[in-house]
Design a protein around this ligand. Structure first.
Ligand SMILES: Cc1cc2nc3c(=O)[nH]c(=O)nc-3n(C[C@H](O)[C@H](O)[C@H](O)COP(=O)(O)OP(=O)(O)OC[C@H]3O[C@@H](n4cnc5c(N)ncnc54)[C@H](O)[C@@H]3O)c2cc1C
Ligand code: SF4
Length: 490
């Protein structure tokens, strides 16, 4: 064999990365199950199962196609690759650019040859050339350029539907007396059973582990959810864990689906006239806007970005993150329970519940990041780091987002049906039944008022503190809440 083509577990697509130029007669495909990765953290079992089973299915498909595949378990990725290199007499290792700084470093140390990573729609240097000309890295500006560059939802040089975004139509609370479509279930096969047995777990039927299953999920979303995606994309509901979200992130992130395929399916459906522009635009924005922007920012901001802690948040991770029984907050209990069941909740619980709670309690950003990385099915370094450090907990001092996403109970009450059956009252900021989010939101603003007063997008909120006649009581209640949260009693 003349070349070793390395496929990491997040590049599982036959037509992209190194596989697009693979030659069955001269190349060996290398895939490594790193024991250090598997045993190195307390990963959500569903996540480990998904990653490993998808990789084993992919390796099997390549073998069936006639490739020589060396899929092996090794202490870590470099060790596994060195073993393979020894077997194939020092053949060079070729791979697509890796998706994290850590793996890039490891592969570089092995003298691997990199080809450009085409698992995204935006080359890294193209993003960097955009970002380096910006005063502030506004996603909206990047997104509009993407629409034009990729010619998606455009009518000539104008946006389809006459506007770049339809956010004002897309902030509806969960509908009442509504029947949500059934969830698509993915059946399990022999490889799944083998992986589950090795991991000593029993998987849900939520996540596919094959290309066929990922395509079925895309098709199901387009047929049953896409038309309603926009209006309810920010809503949170007790009676539906996924609402009209696509559940495609795991496959986009491990390569079973390519963003170009997802966009093509969305555009095709939009052209039938059955999908309103506010849903089509909202979904396209997530894929060619947010996803590409976050990946671009990860590489643009560099490996040290993850260590930012500009608000000097030092609190240890609260027990409720590990155990939903350690809180009485209905919204958080329900969210953490959903995560423990299937390793997923949508972007608003991630941002406005989990990250918001970490932000207003002053939880250490790196501890929170580490927890989020462990528990989500789709957590990869490039996507979690900017979403947490920049967007979720404002630990970068506003480098990525101009203002922190801090909110009290009023926002959560408006966008969900959690509050009606909660022991706390979102309208109250003091007293035993005050909503912890409401109390801590004001306490957070007060603690950081000097910093935020300089931010013109925050000055109005900070100014609102002056209208609080009960600030001393609120500060006392905030202390009680923080202590109660630490003890798992609030
Ligand atoms: C604090 C926080 C942490 C997040 N962590 C992750 C993560 O680890 N992995 C991950 O894939 N997404 C992450 N997201 C983005 C988003 O929450 C998930 O992509 C989405 O919930 C996945 O479900 P879905 O496929 O049904 O998404 P949909 O709502 O159907 O959206 C479609 C797609 O858009 C993309 N997308 C949307 N928003 C973002 C975003 N902010 N960043 C990157 N891609 C985006 C995803 O690929 C998603 O599949 C995070 C968001 C926040 C606010
Ligand atoms: S009252 Fe507060 S804690 Fe309870 S569900 Fe509403 S926002 Fe969450």
């Amino acid at each position: 064999m003349q070349r070793i083509l390395y496929i990491p577990f997040d590049q599982l697509h036959r037509n992209y990365g190194v596989l697009k130029s693979a030659d069955k007669s001269t190349d060996v495909i290398a895939m490594i199950e790193s024991q250090n990765m598997i045993e190195g953290a307390n990963w959500h079992p569903e996540r480990l199962f998904f990653l490993i089973s998808s990789a084993r299915h992919f390796a099997q498909d390549l073998q069936v196609e006639g490739f020589t595949v060396d899929y092996r378990k090794a202490t870590n990725t470099p060790t596994g690759l060195q073993e393979i290199q020894k077997k194939y007499e020092g053949a060079p290792i070729i791979c697509a650019e890796q998706s994290s700084f850590r793996l890039t470093e490891k592969l570089t140390a092995l003298n691997a040859e990199f080809i450009p990573n085409d698992f995204f729609l935006t080359p890294r240097d193209l993003f960097a050339s955009w970002a380096s000309t910006q005063k502030s890295y506004l996603m909206e500006n990047f997104y509009r350029k993407q629409r034009v560059r990729l010619n998606i939802l455009m009518e000539g040089d104008q946006p389809a539907g006459g506007a770049w975004n339809f956010d004002k139509d897309n902030r509806l609370p969960p509908p009442k007396n509504y029947t949500w479509p059934a969830y698509l279930e993915h059946s399990r096969d022999e490889i799944d059973t083998e992986v589950a047995t090795e991991l000593k777990m029993s998987p849900t039927t939520t996540w596919a582990t094959t290309r066929k299953g990922a395509l079925a999920q895309l098709d199901y979303f387009i047929k049953h959810h896409f038309a309603h995606f926009g209006p309810y994309e920010d809503a949170m509901a007790l009676d539906s864990w996924s609402l009209h979200h696509s559940l495609l992130s795991p496959y986009l992130n491990n390569g079973l689906l390519h963003p170009a395929e997802v966009i093509k399916a969305a555009e095709k459906a939009f052209k039938t006239g059955k999908v309103p522009i506010e849903s089509a635009e909202a979904f396209v924005r997530q894929i060619i806007g947010w996803r590409e922007y976050v990946n671009g920012m990860y590489w643009f901001l560099g490996p040290d970005y993850r260590n930012h802690n500009q608000l000097q948040a030092t609190r240890k991770l609260l027990p409720l993150f590990e155990d939903p029984n350690k809180t009485q907050m209905n919204c958080i209990k329900s969210t953490v329970t959903d995560i423990s069941e299937r390793a997923w909740v949508h972007h608003i619980p991630r941002l406005m519940l989990l990250s918001n709670l970490a932000l207003v309690t002053g939880t250490n950003p790196q501890e929170f990041l580490e927890w989020m990385r462990r528990v989500f099915i789709d957590a990869t370094d490039w996507v979690m780091v900017p979403n947490i450090i920049g967007m979720g907990v404002h630990a970068d001092g506003g480098l990525m987002m101009t203002k922190p996403y801090a909110a009290g109970g009023a926002y959560i009450s408006r966008m969900s049906n959690y509050c009606k059956s909660c022991v706390y009252n979102p309208k109250l900021r003091t007293g035993d039944t005050a909503c912890p989010f409401t109390t801590l939101y004001w306490d957070f603003l007060d603690r950081h008022k000097e910093t935020f007063a300089k931010n013109h997008r925050m000055s109005q909120q900070v100014f609102g503190l002056n209208r609080l006649s009960d600030l001393p009581e609120l500060k006392e209640r905030a202390q009680e809440v923080l202590e109660g949260l630490e003890k798992g009693l609030i």
